[in-house]
Write a protein that binds this ligand. Structure first.
Ligand code: AMP
Length: 280
C-alpha cells in the first residue's frame, strides 16, 4: 500500500492507474478506523480495480467549540488495517496541503443542510461539501463510497455531485453496528464505561420508533418523537440534540408516517455527541 501526502502525488498515481484503464474507487475518512470504515473499503474493492482512501481530519467541518483538537487519531493502526483490507493507496495530506492560506472558495448545498445536523452544527456541511469536492477533484474517482451512518452527509454529497456535474458515482453503504446495536463511530472512543451503556439509547429509540410504526401502526410522527424522547431520557448522562422524522430524499419533516420514513437523531452522552438513523 502506498502512502501519499501531496495532491501532486495522488494525481501522478491515479494517472498511472487510468493510463492502464483501471477504475478508481475512493473512500474519504477522518481516520481512527473501525469496522464501519473497513466495510466501505471492502465494498470499494468489489466496485473498482483500485482503492484509494483519504485520511484527513478536516478542520473546516468542525465548529469552534467542537472536538477538532481531541479527535481520536492512530495513524499506525489505520495504515495497518487499510493494508489488510486491500487498500492500494492512502492519501494523508496535512492542513496546508488542503487549505493553503489563501483558500477562499466554499461549496454550499442549500436546503438539505438546514435541518438535522446542519441545524445544530452551522457551517458543518459547508466544510464537508468543500473538502469532498476538493478530494473528488484531486482523486478523480469513478466511484466514491459513504456510510448511511451519516445519512444527511450522504444526501448532501449526492446532491452536490449531481448539481455540479461531477463525474463520480456515489454509493451509500449500510450502518455497521456493535453487537448490542450501537452504531460504530470514532467518537465512541470518548465514552466512559457508564456513558457507553447510555449510548445504547440511540439504537433503542430507533428500534422503538420502528416497532411503533410497523407493529403498533402509529401514524403520528409527533407521537413517535415523544416516545423516543422518553426512551432516551430514561438513560443517564443523555441530552437530546434533535430527533427528526421525515422524508429521506428531501429531508423535510413529516407529520404523518410515510414509507420510507427516515428517523434520525443526535444525542449528547456526557459531552460526546452521537448520531444514528434508521429507514423505516
Ligand atoms: P468518518 O471518518 O467518521 O468521517 O467516516 C468516514 C466514512 O465512514 C463516512 O462515509 C461515514 O459515513 C462512514 N462510517 C462511519 N461510521 C460508520 C458506520 N458505523 N457504518 C458505516 N459507515 C460508517
Amino acid at each position: 500500500m502506498k502512502t501519499v501526502t501531496t495532491k501532486e502525488g495522488v494525481r501522478h498515481l491515479v494517472g498511472e492507474w487510468k493510463k492502464a484503464s483501471l477504475t478508481v474507487g475512493f473512500v474519504p475518512t477522518m481516520g481512527y478506523f473501525h469496522q464501519g470504515h473497513l466495510s466501505l473499503m471492502d465494498e470499494c474493492r468489489k466496485l473498482a480495480d483500485r482503492v484509494i482512501v483519504s485520511l484527513f481530519v478536516n478542520p473546516s467541518q468542525f465548529g469552534p467549540n467542537e472536538d477538532l483538537a481531541s479527535y481520536p487519531r492512530d495513524i499506525e493502526r489505520d495504515l495497518r488495517l487499510a493494508g489488510e483490507h486491500g487498500v492500494d493507496a492512502i492519501f494523508m495530506p496535512d492542513e496546508g496541503e488542503m487549505y493553503p492560506r489563501n483558500h477562499r472558495t466554499w461549496v454550499i448545498v442549500e436546503d438539505l443542510t438546514e435541518r438535522l445536523c446542519g441545524g445544530s452544527r452551522p457551517g458543518h456541511f459547508r466544510g464537508v461539501a468543500t473538502v469532498v469536492a476538493k478530494l473528488f477533484n484531486i482523486v478523480q474517482p469513478d466511484v466514491a463510497l459513504f456510510g448511511q451512518k451519516d445519512f444527511q452527509q450522504l444526501q448532501v454529497i449526492r446532491q452536490m455531485a449531481k448539481d455540479l456535474d461531477m463525474p463520480v458515482k456515489i454509493v451509500g453503504c449500510p450502518i455497521v453496528r456493535e453487537k448490542d446495536g450501537l452504531a460504530m463511530s470514532s467518537r465512541n472512543a470518548y465514552l466512559s464505561e457508564e456513558e457507553r451503556r447510555s449510548a445504547l439509547c440511540l439504537y433503542r429509540a430507533l428500534t422503538l420508533a420502528r416497532r411503533l410504526v410497523l407493529e403498533k401502526g402509529v401514524t403520528s410522527c409527533l407521537d413517535i418523537q415523544k416516545a423516543m424522547r422518553e426512551e432516551i431520557e430514561s438513560f443517564p448522562f443523555t441530552k437530546i440534540d434533535y430527533i427528526f422524522t421525515g422524508d429521506p430524499e428531501s429531508l423535510q419533516p413529516l407529520e404523518r408516517v410515510r414509507s420510507p420514513l427516515l428517523v434520525a437523531l443526535a444525542v449528547f452522552v456526557g459531552t460526546t455527541r452521537l448520531i444514528d438513523n434508521m429507514l423505516i
